[in-house]
Design a protein around this ligand. Structure first.
Ligand code: NDP
Ligand code: GDR
Length: 353
C-alpha cells in the first residue's frame, strides 16, 4: 500500500531529518510550513522538489496548528496514512514569555489534528505520532526517567506538552486510534535552532575562533541534559508508527552531561582550554589560561523554574523497537562545532555585507 506522510513542523530540525528519511523509504511526503516574511525552508533545501516536475514526492503546504479549518482541509486533501505532529513553539524559555500562544499551538494544536482525523473518519486509516518530551518530567521524581515516571512539568511549554501527551493517550483509548507519544530527550545536530544551548555554544565557539565574537553569554551552566543526535531520533519516531499496537516510548541515550562540560568540549575542539577557577576568574567569568574571559553568565538566561537533571532510560525502545542511539554526546559536540566553523567561514561578516 502507498504510504503518505503529513509532517507538521517540517521546516524545523526534526522535520527536516524525518522528511529526508521518509523520502528515502519511498513515502510521498507532505510538509506543513508557516507563512513567514522571509524564507524559512533553509533546512529542507537539500530535499526540495520542484512541484512542476513529474513524480515529485515532496510537497509543501501552508498551514498553522492554530487554524483548525486549515488542518482539516490539509488532512482531507492529503489523505495521509501517517501524521507526524512535530510543529510546536518548542523553546522552553520563550514559553514563559508567550504562555498562551504556546498552549494554543502545542496543546490545542495537537487536539485540532486529532479532531481532524476523527471528523474525517480516518481513525482506522491514519496513524499519529506526537512529539512529546522529557520536559514532561520536569522536577526530578525518579532517575533515570522512564515511561512510568510521574510527570511534573516546570514551564508553560512542559504543561502544554502534558496536555498533548494525555489527549493522544485519550484518543487512542477512546476511539481506538493508532496514536503514539515519543517521549524524546534532548536531541541536537548541526540543524539545531540557533537559540538552543548546544547550537548557541557551537556557533559562538566557531565565531570566537574566527575572531568574529568576543565572548559567549549563557545562563545556568549546571543544568544536566541527556543529549543525542536528531538524525537517530527521527528513525525512532518512524519505528513507533510501524508497530502493530500504538504505545508510548522514551528515546534517550541514558547518559547525562552538564551544560558546562558541553562548553568545555566545544572550546577544546578549536584548541582552547577553559578554566573555571583560579587567578583572574571570578564567579561570573570563565577564562582561558591567558585569562581571556570567553564565557560569562547572564542571569537573563535563567528560567523562572528550571529542569535541573534529565537522564532517560531507553530500555523499552530498545526491547520493543530495536532502537538505540549511536552517536556519543562528545562526538555530537565535535560534529556541531565542525559544521559551525564551515558555516561561519562562509558567512559574510556583517560589516562587509
Ligand atoms: P524546532 O523548533 O526546530 O521546529 C519546530 C517546527 O514547528 C518549525 O518547523 C516551526 O516552524 C513549526 N511551528 C512552530 N509553531 C507552529 C505553528 N503554530 N503552526 C505550525 N508550525 C509551527 O523543533 P525541533 O525540530 O527540535 O522539535 C520538533 C518537535 O519535537 C517539537 O514539537 C518539540 O517541541 C519536540 N521535541 C523536541 C526535542 C528536541 O530536543 N529537539 C525533544 C523533545 C521534543 P518555523 O520553522 O516557521 O519556526
Ligand atoms: P531545553 O533546551 O530547555 O532542554 O529544551 P535548551 O537547549 O534551551 O536548554 C538546555 C539547558 O541549558 C540551559 N542554558 C541555556 N539554554 C539556552 N537556550 N540558552 C542559554 O543561554 C542557556 N544557558 C544555559 C537551560 O537553562 C537548560 O537547562 C529542549 C527543546 O528542544 C524542547 O523543545 C524539548 O522538549 C526539550 O529540549 C527536551
Amino acid at each position: 500500500m502507498k504510504k503518505t506522510a503529513l509532517i507538521t513542523g517540517v521546516t524545523g530540525q526534526d522535520g527536516a531529518y524525518l522528511a529526508e528519511l521518509l523520502l528515502e523509504k519511498g513515502y510521498e511526503v507532505h510538509g506543513v510550513k508557516r507563512r513567514s516574511s522571509s524564507f524559512n525552508t533553509g533546512r529542507i533545501e537539500n530535499i526540495y522538489q520542484d512541484p512542476h516536475t513529474d513524480n515529485a514526492r515532496f510537497h509543501l503546504h501552508y498551514g498553522d496548528l492554530t487554524d483548525s479549518t486549515n488542518l482539516i482541509r490539509l488532512v482531507q486533501q492529503v489523505q495521509p496514512t501517517e501524521i507526524y505532529n512535530l510543529a510546536a513553539q518548542s523553546h522552553v524559555a520563550v514559553s514563559f514569555e508567550t504562555p498562551e500562544y504556546t498552549a494554543n499551538a502545542d496543546a490545542i494544536g495537537t487536539l485540532r489534528l486529532l479532531e481532524a482525523i476523527r471528523i474525517l473518519g480516518m481513525e482506522k486509516t491514519c496513524r499519529f505520532y506526537q512529539a512529546s518530551t522529557s520536559e514532561l518530567y520536569g522536577l526530578v521524581q525518579e532517575v533515570p526517567q522512564r515511561e512510568t515516571t510521574p510527570f511534573y512539568p516546570r514551564s508553560p511549554y512542559g504543561v502544554a506538552k502534558l496536555y498533548g501527551y494525555w489527549i493522544v493517550v485519550n484518543y487512542r483509548e477512546a476511539y481506538g486510534m493508532h496514536a503514539s507519544n515519543g517521549i524524546l530527550f534532548n536531541h541536537e545536530s548541526p540543524l539545531r535552532g540557533e537559540t538552543f544551548v548546544t547550537r548557541k555554544i557551537t556557533r559562538a565557539v566557531a565565531a570566537i575562533k574566527l575572531g568574529r565574537q568576543e565572548k559567549l553569554w549563557l545562563g545556568n551552566l549546571d543544568a544536566k541534559r541527556d543529549w543525542g543526535h536528531a538524525r537517530e531520533y527521527v528513525r525512532g519516531m518512524w519505528l513507533m508508527l510501524q508497530q502493530d499496537e500504538a504505545d508510548d516510548y522514551v528515546l534517550a541515550t541514558g547518559e547525562t552531561t552538564p551544560v558546562r562540560t558541553f562548553v568545555e568540549w566545544a572550546f577544546e575542539d578549536v584548541g582552547i582550554t577553559l578554566r573555571w577557577e583560579g587567578e583572574g576568574v571570578d564567579e561570573k567569568g570563565y577564562c582561558t589560561e591567558t585569562a581571556r574571559c570567553l564565557v560569562e553568565v547572564d542571569p537573563r538566561y535563567f528560567r523562572p523554574t528550571e529542569v535541573d537533571l534529565l537522564i532517560g532510560d531507553p530500555a523499552k525502545a530498545k526491547e520493543k523497537l530495536g532502537w538505540s542511539h549511536e552517536t556519543s554526546v562528545r562526538d555530537l559536540a565535535s560534529e556541531m562545532v565542525q559544521a559551525d566553523l564551515i558555516v561561519m567561514e562562509n558567512a559574510p561578516i556583517a560589516k562587509d555585507a
